[in-house]
Write a protein that binds this ligand. Structure first.
Ligand SMILES: [Zn+2]
Length: 128
């Protein structure tokens, strides 16, 4: 499905990659200050921001401070994947198109506003 022209897709990809690089810098900074020398190895291997494996690697750190950022990195990876597949902009919950304004603010989101608030409600209920 051709939701967007090539130029728009290129712009979005750039936006997502930039966000990803910024997050990686923050994550690495937090690992360094939070865990110190013992995670030097992780920092070494996580040098390449373009590698999906690095995101998975973060999962093993069990470092709660970076968890929100790790989740965002995963979301960005998935958004990039959807850009490749041509399904970007479709809600994963209901299949409708996500509001353009919402994508403008959160280009990595996979859910429309309705599905997002639904998901948050469920998360809240199950964390009780
Ligand atoms: Zn939806």
């Amino acid at each position: 499905m051709a939701l967007m022209d090539a130029e728009k897709i290129t712009q979005l990809r750039e936006k997502l990659l930039e966000r990803k690089r910024k997050l990686w810098r923050e994550v690495k900074g937090q690992i360094k200050t939070g865990l110190g020398e013992s995670y030097q190895d992780l920092l070494e291997t996580a040098r390449d921001e373009e590698d999906q494996a690095q995101v998975n690697l973060l999962e093993e750190t069990q470092f709660s401070l970076i968890e929100p950022k790790r989740q965002e990195l995963v979301a960005i990876e998935e958004a990039l994947q959807r850009l490749e597949n041509g399904t970007y902009g479709e809600c994963e919950g209901c299949g409708k198109l996500i509001e353009p304004r919402r994508l403008e603010i959160m280009p990595e989101t996979a859910l429309c506003r309705d599905c997002q608030s639904q998901k948050e409600k469920i998360a809240k209920a199950s964390s009780r």
